[in-house]
Structure formats: structure tokens, C-alpha cells
Design a protein around this ligand. Structure first.
Ligand code: TYM
Length: 338
């Protein structure tokens, strides 16, 4: 498909995911499931945010393997490279170039207020690198390079999107109308999937307790065991409320997978014990993830296919991004090569 020709007709969707491990059920329900569903209606650009992952220390071989695996996971989750543009961020060198320009349009004060920066630097006090601090500027560049209309992400990215809009507004004001202002796109259910062991904190790839997180490649029996062991409460009543974060989280997961409203889920499990409820949630998740697991094995084994899709993605992404970057360079007064 020629992505450059259809740009004018459909709204543009852009989103990314870091290659920092197998995607969790949180990544899937908060983002990737939506990405899959948006492919028919929108012009979609999805990428593996390997440059962002450099803010975390990791062995080179592991980063390379995880980038390839993340790419294969996206395809296994139904992202179809015939319909959507799928690429690795560093394969389009314009992200780094745009990132620097966005750095110079970002204020120290606003970057200092980012909760993700505060959380991550508290968690890893031994590696508070400059990239971790300017991460939102690189992300703003990712989004603005492609003139995205909507950015489908989980709730933890809200602040970064607000930041992107602020930077774009300021740039447009200082240099003339250049960027479209992107909007976040959050799922009705699943925008914040919580840990199964501590339902007051977000489900995360980096959680050290494997029981807390469902990986989208977990086998069925593992999924069932993790849901059985999920932390709930002693009330034995399936309804959502602030003082029942465990049950509310399980209901949210069930709602996100089945498409049923929280009211419908409450009705469905009225009078039901937690044992049966957890089993139903586990089964729904296992059924949803089974095809992903099977498809992933097949795709990852086909190295030639993966390499060729990455190459095609890189070429298309570079072509699209170069148009915005040229405009941006002109606006800020960088002398273009002749
Ligand atoms: P990352 O790799 O941390 O997460 C990828 C996507 O998964 C969502 N997510 C969740 N959603 C619901 N519940 C959870 N527990 C949960 N955990 C993660 C995230 O919100 C995200 O949508 N900064 C981004 C990557 C990025 C990006 C971009 C995204 C870089 N440039 C441009 C959009 C546009 C990140 O670290 O995502």
C-alpha cells in the first residue's frame, strides 16, 4: 500500500511500544488490542520504540533479540503490515533528528513535572540518565513527525500526550502553523490494567513477581493459576468499587476482553463466588491469547519474512517522516542541503 497517497483521506493513528520484554496483558488491553481494531478505519503507523528503550540499561544482544521479538509480537497480535505501517523506530533516523529539535522546544520545568520521570528515577537511582529526562520530547517528535490525529495508548501516557500538545502549540505559535494537535485515544475498559498481586499499582513488564503480571505468551495453565492466585478481598461479592481494587481490576479485564459493560459484568456474576468468577476471567483471557501465542511462534521462526517487513516498514516510515522534518527544519532556520 502507498501510505503517502492515502494520508489525506483517512485520519492518522500513531503509537509505539518499547522492546523491554514480552508484552503484558496491560500493554495488550491498554494499547495493542485497540491498534488491531483501528486498522480498518484509519491509516495506522505502529513502531517498536527501541530508542526509548535505551533509557534502560540492557545487554546489546538482549535488546536486539527483544526488538525482533516485539516486532513479531505486534504481527502476532493482528497488526497486518499490508494494512498498517509497522517499523522499528531507530530504522528511521529522522526520529533522533526530530527528537533533538523537540528537546530544544521543551522546558526544563515541564520535563521535571513528568510523573513517569519521577517514578522511574526513584526506581533506578543508579541510572537517571539525560535520555530518561528528555524522553517525552523524543515521544513528542515521534508523534508530530507523522502528523498523527489520534494516539491510542494506556492511561499512563496521558501526561506525555499533554506535553506533546503543549510543545506542538508552542512550536506553531513561534514558527508558524506546522503541526496537527494529536489527541489521545484510550480504551473504554483496560486503559489501566493493574497488578494481580498489588491491584493499586499498574501491571508492568518489569514487575519482579511473575504472579503479578500476565504475559501475552503465558500458557493457558499459567494464566489460570495466576488468576486463581489474584488478590481480591474477603467480601465475596463481584462488584466494582474503590475499596475493591482487586475485583474491580478483574472485572475491567473481563469487560475489556468480552466488550461487555461493567454493569453487564456485575449482573453476570451476581451471587457468584470468587472462585467461579476468577475462572471465567482466566478462561476469557486464555481464549483471547491462544491465537496470539500460536501465531507468534510461527512468525518468529520466519526470519526472512520478519527482516523483509522491517525493511519495508523502515523505507515507508522514512519517506513519510521526511516531509514533516524538512518543513520543521525550514521553519527553525536550519539550512537545507542543496
Ligand atoms: P510502553 O512500552 O511502556 O507501553 C506500551 C503501551 O502499553 C500501555 N500500557 C498499559 N495500558 C494499560 N494498563 C497497563 N498496565 C499498561 N502498561 C502499559 C501504555 O500506555 C502504552 O500505550 N512511551 C511509550 C512508547 C512510545 C509511544 C511513542 C507511544 C514512544 N513513543 C509515541 C505513543 C506514541 C511507552 O513507554 O510505552
Amino acid at each position: 500500500m502507498d501510505h503517502t497517497e492515502t494520508t489525506e483521506k483517512k485520519k492518522i493513528i500513531l503509537s509505539g511500544i518499547q522492546p523491554t520484554g514480552v508484552f503484558t496483558l496491560g500493554n495488550y488491553l491498554g494499547a495493542v488490542k485497540n491498534w488491531h481494531e483501528m486498522q480498518e478505519e484509519y491509516l495506522c503507523y505502529y513502531f517498536i520504540a527501541d530508542l526509548h528503550s535505551l533509557t534502560i540499561h540492557m545487554e546489546a544482544a538482549k535488546r536486539r533479540a527483544q526488538t525482533r521479538e516485539a516486532f513479531a509480537l505486534l504481527l502476532a497480535c493482528g497488526i497486518d503490515p499490508e494494512k498498517s505501517l509497522v517499523f522499528v523506530q531507530s530504522h528511521n533516523k529522522f526520529h533522533a533528528e526530530m527528537g533533538w529539535i523537540m528537546d530544544c522546544c521543551s522546558q526544563f520545568g515541564e520535563l521535571s513535572r513528568m510523573t513517569q520521570f519521577k517514578d522511574k528515577s526513584a526506581k533506578h537511582p543508579d541510572n537517571i540518565n539525560a535520555g530518561l529526562f528528555t524522553y517525552p520530547a523524543l515521544m513528542a517528535g515521534d508523534i508530530l513527525l507523522y502528523q498523527a490525529d489520534y494516539v491510542p495508548v494506556g492511561a499512563d501516557q496521558t501526561q506525555h500526550l499533554e506535553f506533546t500538545r503543549d510543545v506542538a502549540t508552542r512550536f506553531n505559535h513561534n514558527y508558524g502553523e506546522t503541526f496537527k494537535l494529536p489527541e489521545g485515544y484510550f480504551p473504554k475498559a483496560g486503559a489501566r490494567v493493574m497488578s494481580l498481586q498489588d491491584p493499586t499499582s499498574k501491571m508492568s513488564k518489569s514487575d519482579e513477581n511473575p504472579k503479578a503480571t500476565i504475559s501475552i505468551l503465558d500458557e493457558e495453565n499459567v494464566i489460570m493459576k495466576k488468576f486463581k492466585a489474584a488478590v481480591t478481598d474477603s467480601e465475596a461479592s463481584v462488584h466494582a468499587s474503590e475499596d475493591k481494587p482487586g475485583v474491580t481490576n478483574l472485572m475491567t479485564i473481563y469487560s475489556a476482553i468480552t466488550g461487555k459493560t461493567m454493569e453487564a459484568v456485575t449482573k453476570e456474576f451476581a451471587g457468584c463466588g470468587y472462585g467461579d468468577f476468577k475462572e471465567a476471567v482466566g478462561t476469557a483471557v486464555a481464549d483471547e491469547l491462544r491465537p496470539v501465542r500460536e501465531e507468534y511462534k510461527r512468525i518468529l521462526d520466519d526470519r526472512a519474512y520478519l527482516d523483509s517487513e522491517m525493511k519495508k516498514g523502515a523505507e515507508r516510515a522514512t519517506a513519510i517522516a521526511s516531509r514533516t522534518l524538512t518543513k520543521v527544519k525550514k521553519r527553525v532556520g536550519l539550512l537545507l542541503e542543496s
